[in-house]
Design a binder for this molecule. Structure first.
Ligand code: NAD
Ligand code: ISE
Length: 335
């Protein structure tokens, strides 16, 4: 069976996901699209034989030919489309963040509660990356002993003009918050945020930022966001355990020794670094929802928990204090 998908938001990642749904993964077809910029949606649909262009995201969700929805519009619009999809009983894959406030995330959780099943998956693609999966396997095997510290480096060469100071936390570090919870298998409990001397390319952004997070058991997570580092898109991760350390490897695929130095190429953006992870993420989602199963990837709870860390991170950034991360009780649907 082919899963008929409607895509809301045909900007950068919307187009990238449409490319992989159409040319890379199997079992899905994009049958409807919408974008606030109608002309953009029409241009994208021109390369998708038979796909309809709707005027609004709500029309994509309501389209009887759409089996499942992918939301790739701007964060503040996610709640409306995710709740509408859940209320319509349609599986929905929502790019991160799940929503931009914790209340909105909780309303999505309530909608799934009404539906009595999981219909939402959040686009935290690092969980599908082969290197992160290998790191988790090593940590879970006990090879480095109990984890004590996780260093998570998140470096972007540059960011778009509309990128604000808050986005280093809510748009960028949100990935590190999610991957820390997943890797360590526990919730995050408190956060401090310290701004370094600013990069001259991003003085208004207070870039780079250092976030020191405590997990519920007392492991320390140290997140560095550098979003104007120019040399490349570099994602670092190292777990320090009681008896050893385990780190994401340098990427390759070629190690070049030349002119007195040795080096590997660094990806230039998230599309390049996580290309295989996005493919696996969407293939697994298509396979699960086509089979009528609930998705097993990052859930609304994961989206909510990451958003609570974002809010605490913003409070810590502006207040300069250690801020506790307080979650509501976890509904049984997510245990
Ligand atoms: P973008 O600005 O390139 O594209 C967003 C598109 O959504 C735009 O074309 C815009 O016109 C459209 N849009 C906005 N409001 C809309 C609405 N109400 N209805 C329909 N369309 C609407 O942004 P992007 O970089 O593609 O990011 C989109 C989302 O994907 C964001 O939530 C972002 O955080 C997320 N994202 C995730 C990753 C990842 O690594 N997982 C990478 C990039 C972006
Ligand atoms: C972007 O929205 C992403 O999600 C990328 O993965 C992240 O590295 C980047 O900083 C964000 O702006």
């Amino acid at each position: 069976m082919t899963l008929k998908v409607g895509v809301i938001g045909t900007g950068m990642i919307g187009q990238d996901h449409i490319r992989r749904l159409t040319h890379v993964v199997s079992g899905a077809q994009v049958v409807a699209v919408a974008d606030a910029e109608q002309a953009v949606a029409e241009k994208v649909a021109a390369n998708l034989p038979g796909a309809r262009v709707h005027t609004t995201g709500a029309e994509v969700v309501a389209d009887p030919d759409v089996d499942a929805v992918i939301v790739c519009s701007w964060g503040p619009t996610h709640e409306e489309y995710v709740v509408a999809s859940v209320d319509a009983g349609k599986p929905v894959f929502c790019e991160k963040p799940l929503a931009t406030t914790t209340d909105a995330c909780l309303r999505i959780i309530e909608a799934e509660g009404r539906a009595g099943r999981r219909l939402v998956q959040v686009g935290f693609m690092r969980r599908y990356d082969a290197d992160y999966r290998a790191l988790k396997q090593v940590v879970d095997s006990g090879a480095v002993g109990a984890p004590l510290i996780f260093h998570s480096g998140h470096r972007n060469p540059s960011v778009p003009a509309h990128y604000t100071k808050d986005m280093a936390i809510v748009d960028t570090a949100v990935h590190d918050f999610d991957v820390s919870r997943w890797l360590l298998g526990e919730e995050l409990a408190a956060i401090r945020v310290i701004a370094a001397k600013p990069n001259s390319q991003g003085v208004d952004l207070q870039d780079p930022l250092l976030m020191i997070i405590e997990t519920t058991s007392g492991v320390l997570v140290n997140v560095e966001t550098s979003v104007n580092i120019r040399y490349g898109y570099d994602i670092r991760g190292e777990v320090v355990g009681e008896s050893g350390t385990a780190a994401l490897a340098e990427r390759g695929p070629v190690v070049l020794r030349s002119a007195g130095s040795v080096g590997v190429a660094v990806p230039q953006d998230w599309r390049e670094r996580f290309i295989a992870a996005y493919d696996v993420e969407l293939q697994e989602w298509i396979d699960e929802v086509s089979a009528g199963a609930d998705p097993t990837g990052p859930s609304s709870w994961d989206g909510y928990a990451a958003q609570v860390v974002c809010d605490a991170g913003l409070a810590a950034l502006y207040g300069g204090e250690r801020v506790e991360i307080r979650l509501v009780d976890k509904p049984a649907l997510y245990t």
